[in-house]
Every structure is written in structure tokens, then in C-alpha cells.
Design a binder for this molecule. Structure first.
Ligand SMILES: [Mn+2]
Length: 306
């Protein structure tokens, strides 16, 4: 079985692994979970051998007692010593931009559009500044595509997880194996993008101007909070705070429009309170128990003196 991340890099990594080793059962965890819940654990546990691509799964060593485990990844991680192979450049202090680059290096897989799409998916426009940019450029020339086409292809592949469509994520592995044009022309994925854009616009229109920042409380099972926050901040030229109340959890997201605060302060606060949080200088997100999102947002507003 191949267990892979639900984003473009995870999808293209699974495609490369299939090309190298032949067809296999594909599996992606419940979207949003960087761990295996009871149901997922039971399903994965039925297999004698599992390859994990582009994911650092919490407590993954639980799988070792019943199976042969291999892990190829590029996220921050600790060595999983019980795995037959744990190949992650992070473990020896190197950073690779995508898991597709990990597979290219580990298996001498000749870089192609799959490797390129993985990099573009994980790094976006910053891909142009990487050493690996030449991989992307060669793929663009070979297939007659612009960088915009490459980015559109990754948005299309990502649209399935954004709309919480787990089976479609795995279908996309076979779709991308057919070629970039098959992705760009997929009517299903194109209509996904339409639906996502409409939903983002709907929520952005409901946000409230609070002087120093925009605030929005939304309710969506889709993975769009980061895109909603970004659109809010960019459209109004103000920082934005968004709380999304999902069925089983609250999500919190904040974006500074002018780097006027360091999001690390909020990441530290989330960690002190025992919540999962992460981000960069200008953005941060956190997952909180149901009902805690608004309370956390008030604390952040206090912390920032808004
Ligand atoms: Mn990745």
C-alpha cells in the first residue's frame, strides 16, 4: 500500500512511486489529519507493507509491529528507527523543496513533469528561486506550458482536498500519470475550482471591519480558511482573523497585510495553550477543540493590542 499526502506533492509522489514499482493500493488519511484515527489505522494495518510519501504521520511507529514500513518525506521529522527505510533529507540537515525531489534523488528517477509539479505545488512562485527551477523549466519547455499553466495544474490537483474529496485525491494520481493536459482539461477539477472560488467570495463578503483588522466567523467543512484569510487581507489591505467552526474542530487563521506583527508570538501562545499551530512570519493557523476558536481569537486580539 502507498499512503500519501492529499496535496499535489503527495499525489505526484505517489504517481512516481507507481511508475517505479508498478500498481499498488493507494490510501490518503482523512483529509486534515496528520495521524491515523481508529478507522484509518485499522485499514492500513491490514497490509504487510506500507510506503509513506510526503507525510510525517504522528506515532507512525505503531505500524511497525505488524508490517514492513518505508518512509520517503521532506517534512520536519524524527528518525523512525523501526522502519526498514526512512529517507528524509531533514534527518541529515538538508532541505528538499518537495517529496518528488526526494524520490528523484533516492531512486535516480529522471526529473520530469511529475517532479516539477510536486515542487510547484509545495513552493508556488518561490519555485523560481530554487536550484531545482531548471527541472521545472525543462518540463515547461518539453510540454509547451507556461509557469501559470503549471500553477493552474497544481491548483486543480489541490482542489480535491480543498473540497474534502478523499477518493478524488487518489483518482488524481492516475489522472496526473496521463499527463499535464489531462489535469488542465479535467472538467471535474475545473468545476471544483469554480466552486471553491465562489465559496471563498461568499465568506469574504460576510467579514466584519473592526478597525485594525477584519474578522470573520465561518462554517465550512472545506479546506479554504487560508485562502479566505488571504483574500480578505489582500482585498481590504488590512490584517485578517478568521475562525472556522467545523463539525469536529475549530480552525483559526491570521494574516498580517504589512508584517506589522510577528506571527511567531501567536504560534508560541497556541503552543503554550496546548494547541497545534504553525506558520510563518506573516501568517499562522491553529486547530482547536470545538468552541475554542472565538475565545482564542479574542486572546490574540488582546496580545496584539488591537
Ligand atoms: Mn511535500
Amino acid at each position: 500500500m502507498i499512503l500519501h499526502h492529499w496535496d499535489t506533492d503527495g499525489i505526484t509522489s505517489a504517481a512516481i512511486y507507481l511508475k517505479l514499482n508498478g500498481d499498488d493500493v493507494l490510501f490518503t488519511p482523512k483529509i486534515g489529519n496528520y495521524y491515523l484515527d481508529g478507522e484509518d489505522f485499522e485499514q492500513v494495518g491490514k497490509y504487510e507493507s506500507v510506503v509513506i510519501l510526503d507525510m510525517n504521520i504522528h506515532e507512525v511507529q505503531r505500524l511497525c509491529s505488524s508490517m514492513k514500513l518505508k518512509i520517503y518525506d521532506h517534512h520536519r521529522a524524527n528518525k523512525v528507527t523501526c522502519a526498514e527505510e526512512h529517507y528524509n533529507p531533514y534527518l541529515w540537515g538538508e532541505r528538499y523543496p518537495s517529496c518528488t525531489v526526494v524520490l528523484h534523488r533516492r531512486f535516480s528517477y529522471a526529473p520530469d513533469y511529475l517532479v516539477a509539479l510536486g515542487i510547484v505545488g509545495d513552493t508556488g512562485p518561490k519555485a523560481k528561486e530554487l536550484d531545482e527551477w531548471n527541472i521545472i523549466k525543462r518540463a515547461m519547455i518539453k510540454h509547451g506550458k507556461s509557469f501559470d499553466d503549471m500553477q493552474l495544474a497544481t491548483s486543480l490537483l489541490d482542489s480535491s482536498y480543498r473540497l474534502n474529496r478523499r477518493k478524488e485525491v487518489m483518482d488524481n494520481v492516475y489522472l496526473v500519470l496521463q499527463g499535464i493536459d489531462d489535469v488542465l482539461n479535467s472538467s471535474q477539477l475545473l468545476s471544483n475550482l469554480d466552486a471553491i472560488e465562489k465559496e471563498i467570495e461568499y465568506w469574504v463578503g460576510l467579514a466584519e471591519d473592526r478597525g485594525n483588522y477584519y474578522f470573520l466567523k465561518m462554517k465550512s467543512e472545506n479546506h479554504i480558511i487560508s485562502a479566505v484569510t488571504r483574500k480578505l487581507a489582500w482585498e481590504h489591505g488590512k490584517s485578517a482573523i478568521v475562525v472556522n467552526e467545523k463539525e469536529d474542530r475549530d480552525e483559526f487563521y491570521i494574516r498580517s497585510h504589512d508584517y506589522s506583527f510577528d506571527a511567531q508570538l501567536i504560534i508560541d501562545m497556541a503552543k503554550r495553550e496546548g494547541y497545534l499551530g504553525g506558520g510563518k512570519k506573516e501568517v499562522m493557523g491553529a486547530v482547536l477543540p470545538s468552541g475554542k476558536g472565538t475565545i482564542f481569537a479574542e486572546k490574540v486580539v488582546d496580545l496584539l493590542g488591537w
